[in-house]
Design a protein around this ligand. Structure first.
Ligand code: SUG
Length: 444
């Protein structure tokens, strides 16, 4: 028996709207707003608990150390942590905005995950994403690797690919696994936005290369006959789909996507059918541009939903952001979708507005890890979500997180101290061991 687990990235104490992600419309348009870190982390925790309560396997991944002071030391600043922080904000405020970002909350970008039935060596493989396109995100992969190693001690956790443009990688946000039964061979679809060796084009950045996708598929020991590569369309990247999971989500046999998502949809369908032949019949649910225009897709995050199967239900459930309910075209589409007899039988809405304002919907906040029962049994127990962990994390957040953070609050060194105190206590709650964070290892 196997199930899909969701591991949600806990939203960190420095959650703010930095306007750091070129090509991510929500990040740009909400830049400089006052954020609500406590509300944000609780929204994420409530979503995670609701999945656990509905019978899914659910875990959490810790937020990362922010501010990330090792870079300041490497870049020639010295003194105590507080001195570093103050000098940094005086001399390099643009850099500091990157070093303070709580972006590791978007766990769909933490890694690419290949479940053990797909891998020749029969092991679960994870490759932390180098996230090399955006400075604030390129800081993540080292701490991500440590967190994944801690959560999945039995798995093969690879190094991130080289942090270079040819190998730009954004993890599971550009990866979909389709299958009939989760414990059996599936089809892994890798979606990339550019050829790493091609000359740069104008427009918003394409954050995933073909070279990165191919390298990961090879390193994960995937069977080539069951692996598909497809190109994301330039049109959707320029409309604001900086990851494939803004225009596509898949689960079991079903791929749910927008008409404009891919450069060549017919070839994609043929390739998936061929890769699935003898295993299952893929089901394609394509949303036409005339029903939901791409701009509405980007605003509502219709596809950045979790497509899950609850126990004892044949049909899939779409866990969509409340923004999808509030937009007429997407609400109407969802109503029509569940009235039909297709694979998606229900849509539930979840409020993750704090994250949404930075371009992160319900699907961004979780990393999917399909595991056999015997693998789930080996997952670090303190990172598995249940009512008790939810209560203790909520209490922890209420104790340590600020209610609001405005851009003028960020240079306050007390924010750093508060963040480190919170993370220090979190290492005990999640039993991450001493020295998990750089500041706990004497080289902050
Ligand atoms: O990488 N936003 C994230 C959102 C990631 C969403 N993830 C998925 N689609 N899977 C990004 O663009 C904005 C941070 C800021 O502006 O403060 C940011 O990094």
């Amino acid at each position: 028996m196997a199930h899909e687990a969701n591991f949600d990235g806990l939203i960190g104490p420095t959650h703010n709207y930095g306007g750091l992600s070129d090509g991510n419309i929500a990040s740009a348009s909400n830049s400089g707003l006052t954020s609500r870190p406590r509300e944000a982390v609780i929204q994420g925790l409530d979503k995670a608990l609701s999945m656990h309560s509905a019978g899914l396997w659910q875990g959490v991944l810790p937020p990362q150390q922010r501010p990330y002071l090792p870079y300041l030391r490497q870049f020639g600043f010295s003194g105590t942590d507080r001195e570093l922080y103050e000098q940094g904000w005086k001399q390099v405020p643009g850099l500091m905005k990157n070093l303070i970002s709580a972006s590791s909350m978007w766990a769909a970008n933490a890694a690419t995950v290949s479940p053990s039935p797909d891998c020749e060596d029969g092991r679960l493989h994870l490759t932390p994403a180098n996230l090399s396109t955006m400075l604030h995100r390129s800081l993540e992969h080292e701490q991500t690797g440590r967190a994944l190693g801690s959560a999945f001690p039995f798995a093969k956790v690879h190094h991130a690919l080289p942090g270079q443009s040819v190998f730009s990688d954004e993890g599971a946000a550009n990866h979909v696994r389709l299958c009939a039964n989760r414990e059996e061979q599936g089809v892994e679809l890798f979606v990339y936005g550019r050829d790493g060796f091609a000359a740069p084009t104008s427009g918003f950045p394409a954050r995933q290369t073909k070279e990165a996708a191919e390298a990961i598929a090879r390193a994960h020991n995937l069977r080539p006959g069951h692996t598909v590569f497809a190109r994301q369309s330039r049109a959707v990247i320029d409309a604001g789909a900086f990851h494939n999971d803004v225009v596509c989500v898949g689960a079991k046999e079903t791929l749910f996507y927008h008409e404009l998502a891919f450069e060549d949809t017919r070839t994609l369908q043929d390739d998936i059918r061929q890769a699935a032949s003898g295993l299952f019949e893929p089901v394609f649910v394509e949303v036409p541009e005339k029903s939901v225009p791409i701009d509405d897709v980007i605003k509502s995050y219709l596809f950045n939903s979790m497509l899950v199967q609850f126990p004892d239900s044949d049909r899939l459930v779409l866990i969509a952001p409340t923004e999808t309910r509030d937009m007429p075209s997407t609400r109407d589409y969802c109503e029509m979708l569940v009235c039909g007899n297709g694979p998606i039988g229900e849509v539930r809405y979840v409020d993750v507005r704090q994250s949404m304002r930075n371009g992160g919907g319900p699907a961004c906040l979780r990393l999917r890890v399909t595991m056999l029962q015997k693998e789930w049994a080996q997952v670090k127990p303190t990172m598995k979500m249940d009512g008790a962990l939810h209560a203790s994390l909520k209490h922890w957040a209420e104790k340590h997180y600020r209610e609001t953070l405005s851009p003028s609050d960020l240079p306050d060194p007390n924010l750093m101290d508060e963040s480190f105190t919170a993370l220090d206590e979190l290492t005990q709650i999640l039993d991450l061991g001493t020295g998990f964070y750089p500041f706990q290892r004497d080289f902050s």
